[in-house]
Design a protein around this ligand. Structure first.
Ligand SMILES: Nc1ncnc2c1ncn2[C@@H]1O[C@H](COP(=O)(O)OP(=O)(O)OP(=O)(O)O)[C@@H](O)[C@H]1O
Ligand SMILES: [Mg+2]
Length: 458
């Protein structure tokens, strides 16, 4: 997208730069300078890749080398719209012809390598100002390298900017791999909190162990507690505690956590003193939090405490154009790290833009990495054949289990899904499952850690 010609308020998106060059050293240095000015960068090591990128979107500035492995960079200038893009030619081999050709086209500057960093800085700065583009509020680095320009993603970034400086608890929810942890880190980074960011996966640790990991324990509070242990909560003092997979936290522990949020204090396992704590809580879940409350996985009162500010993170398929932007960013990262100049094949560009990406950004990142490793001729090919068999996705009316799921977990999920299907009507769900409503009630009570009155086999 180019800068809008409208006279309205200054757009807040980052200015964009396309670097077309196969000289890794120059690309690296120019990207670094531009990043410091808040530019969002796309790199193309070849003419064809650059043409593809320019067809997909507009750039505010294009730095174009003349001698490219597959042709003359000046060809690109025919595709540049001077109202939208400032084209700057950079070359290590200046010639009168190329200088004249540049002058005749939309090129605003002609730089000869080695390029003076101050000159390039000035040029980028002028381009940003000229385009009336305000420096972005947070650069990619400040946002932990989050890439994305789709409206649905930009609105998430706006929410991050708004909520970060407050002390509101934030609940992030969205499918697996959409970037919840990255967003949690971005919130912390922009919060100005002096303490650290401490992440805890509530689904990965068993109940009692999680209590001691979270709240810490006193020496001798249980067998093996040979010394006092500082909990994550204490470690996150004046910082952010990220509670991942919050709906997997055992019910008893949810009660303890509620106490922390209500009173700002906690007790170590085996301790008697109430210790004050000042921590920002950001939590995340792959589930629909309201559904988790309805089905009893998440205490309702805790939900309201955690959800001071709710951020639904959209799946990648609902972020128009971002799959390619992310893929470009991942490939650039791999190229810069290894000093290579691999580029996507045209079919790969097509595929990336149209694939559904059920595993979201994580799946895309892994796919790019895999294709990059396999690209022995420098052409990164991505096609459906490259993907290991995807597990069938779950819908509102189906349940999918992977091999290795325990009977207990299967039983629990069958019960939840059936209840959900019948609008939480236990009698109808029981009839469908061939059990009694009392069995359902007892199973739910057991999960919530409440006394079970009577039970029958499911
Ligand atoms: N906007 C983004 N820009 C760049 N990288 C991203 C972006 N979003 C996610 N990623 C990358 O995708 C991967 C998955 O992100 P993350 O772990 O934050 O997802 P998640 O929502 O927490 O997933 P899960 O629910 O499975 O825990 C990470 O490697 C992360 O760095
Ligand atoms: Mg995560």
């Amino acid at each position: 997208m180019g800068a809008s010609p409208s006279p309205d308020p200054i757009p807040s998106r980052a200015p964009s730069l396309l670097i077309v060059d196969d000289d890794v050293g120059f690309v690296h240095a120019a990207a670094e300078l531009a990043r410091m000015q808040g530019f969002e960068i796309t790199i193309a090591g070849e003419l064809n890749t650059a043409l593809n990128r320019m067809r997909q979107r507009d750039f505010d500035v294009a730095l174009v080398d003349i001698d490219l492995p597959d042709g003359n960079g000046l060809q690109l200038l025919e595709d540049v719209d001077p109202d939208r893009t400032r084209a700057v030619v950079v070359t290590g081999r200046p010639t009168v012809e190329s200088a004249l050709q540049s002058l005749r086209s939309s090129v605003v500057d002609y730089l000869v390598k080695p390029i003076c960093p101050e000159r390039l800085n000035e040029l980028l700065h002028a381009a940003a100002v000229d385009r009336r583009i305000a420096p972005p509020r947070a650069t990619a680095e400040q946002r932990h390298g989050m890439v994305g320009e789709a409206e649905s993603f930009v609105s998430v970034c706006r929410m991050i900017d708004k909520v970060a400086p407050t002390d509101a608890s934030v609940l992030l929810h969205g499918e697996s791999g959409v970037g919840k942890e990255l967003i949690a880190r971005a919130i912390h980074a922009a919060s100005g909190c002096s303490g650290p960011f401490v992440a805890v996966n509530c689904g990965a640790v068993a109940g009692e162990l999680l209590a001691s990991q979270l709240f810490g324990h006193e020496k001798g509070s249980f067998t093996g507690a040979v010394s006092r242990h500082l909990g994550f909560l204490e470690q996150a003092q004046h910082g952010t505690l990220f509670l991942d997979e919050i709906t997997e936290m055992a019910p008893a522990l949810q009660t303890h956590l509620l106490r922390v949020l209500d009173f700002g204090c906690y007790r170590r396992v085996g301790g008697h003193a109430d210790l004050p704590v000042e921590v920002r809580i950001v939590s995340a879940t792959n589930r629909d939090p309201r559904e988790a409350v309805a089905s009893g996985r998440l205490r309702e009162d805790l939900y309201y405490r955690l959800c001071g500010f709710d951020i639904p993170v959209p799946p990648l398929r609902e972020r128009e154009g971002d799959a390619m932007r992310l893929a470009d960013a991942f490939l650039s990262e791999l190229n810069v790290r290894a000093g290579t100049r691999h580029a996507f094949a045209p079919e790969a560009v097509e595929f990336i833009g149209h694939a559904a990406w059920p595993g979201n950004v994580r799946e895309l990142r892994n796919a790019v990495q895999r294709a990059y490793i396999l690209a022995d001729d420098g052409v990164v090919r991505l096609s459906p054949q490259l993907f290991p068999q995807r597990p069938p996705s779950e819908s509102a009316h189906t349940i999918t289990f992977t091999v290795g799921t325990s009977f207990e977990e299967m039983e629990r999920r069958i019960l939840r899904k059936t209840l959900q299907h019948y609008g939480n009507n236990r009698r109808r769900a029981a009839a469908a499952l061939g059990i009694t409503a009392r069995t359902i009630r007892n199973r739910l009570a057991r999960e919530r850690g409440m006394p079970v009155t009577d039970d029958e086999d499911l």
